[in-house]
Structure formats: C-alpha cells, structure tokens
Write a protein that binds this ligand. Structure first.
Ligand SMILES: [Zn+2]
Length: 186
C-alpha cells in the first residue's frame, strides 16, 4: 500500500515537472543578447521613427554647401563602447539638383565606407512606396560591423544605422530595429 502511494506521488511529481517544462517552453525565457540593448521605445526624427533602446541623445548639425545649408538631425543611443543605434534625418540643401538627390544612395554608401570600409552585402528595400538600400559594411579590418538602411523621400534622406563590434553583433536586435522604421507620411 505504501509502495503504491509512493508510486502515485512520483507520478504526480513527474507530471508537475513536465507541465513546468511545457509552461516554460510555451513562453521561452529570452537569454541576454550579445548587444545588451534594453528598454526599447519608439522615437522619431522628423517624420521618421524607429524602435530604439534606452533614451537616445539628439543632435543637429548644419553643413554649409554650395547648394545651401544641409541639416542632419540625429538620434543616437550608445548602448556601450561596442554598440550604437542611430536614426538620421538629412535635409537636402534647398538648391540641390534632382540629379544630386538621385545620387544619395551612392554618396551615402561612399561616406559610410570611408577609406577602410568593405561592402559585404547590399539589397533593395522599401519603406511604403519609397525605395531604399540596406547595406552591411565591415570597418576596422572587419572588427566593426555596420548594418544600415537608407531611404530617399522627397528632399530628405533617412537612415537607420547599427554599429556593432564583431563579437557583439546581435542579429535579433539589428533586424527588430531596422524593421521597426516607419514614415509618418507613408
Ligand atoms: Zn541585442
């Protein structure tokens, strides 16, 4: 009789363990990611918004060009010295030519590549009806990975950029950040 009671108890404990495992399997506990980005919320620069970690710093820089002032608004979160997320809103100068605007992707890529960058992949993406590019670029002899998207919308170039040390590249957060880009005027 005692053995039977013990068997019932063991079966009950076994079932409890299985059920607990199932409960955890249904709602997987996410292990800490490589990049360490937390506290995501939607922020916007001009009409362009994205989910960004923590509280981004905002800055405005004006470059004086022959075609007039070119203003760049940036929202940037430096998660650590090895991980940065940013969205940028570049206003083309008032007198810039249509052909110059058409060259935005090429010039944007060239500026990001700099002297030591290597383009590892390029794809065409869209934000609503607006065309864009996604690039994966290696810098610093492959030790830094930049993954970014650029979109031209009228007289504005929008960019979403992730900069990560090679050993901190977190594909989940790169994808979630880039896929979260939205345009108010879509
Ligand atoms: Zn991450």
């Amino acid at each position: 009789m005692r053995d039977q009671a013990l068997s019932v108890l063991l079966i009950w404990v076994f079932c409890l363990c299985v059920c607990c495992d199932r409960a955890q399997g249904g709602e997987p506990l996410r292990s800490p990611c490589l990049c360490g980005a937390t506290n995501w919320s939607r922020v916007s620069a001009g009409g362009f918004s994205a989910l960004m970690p923590m509280r981004p710093n905002s800055s405005v820089k004006t470059n004086h060009t022959e075609a007039g002032p070119a203003v760049v608004r940036t929202l940037k979160t430096q998660v650590s010295s090895a991980v940065t997320f940013a969205i940028l809103h570049h206003s083309f100068p008032a007198n810039s030519l249509e052909t110059d605007r058409g060259q935005s992707f090429v010039r944007g890529l060239k500026a990001t590549l700099g002297a030591d960058g290597r383009l590892r992949s390029e794809s065409v993406v869209r934000l609503g009806r607006y065309p864009g590019r996604q690039w994966r670029i290696e810098k610093s002899q492959g030790q830094t990975i930049i993954t970014m998207r650029s979109y031209v919308v009228g007289d504005t170039l929008y960019q979403a950029v992730c900069v990560m040390a090679k050993d901190k590249v977190c594909q989940r957060h790169v994808a979630e950040f880039l896929d979260s880009c939205r345009l108010r005027i879509q």
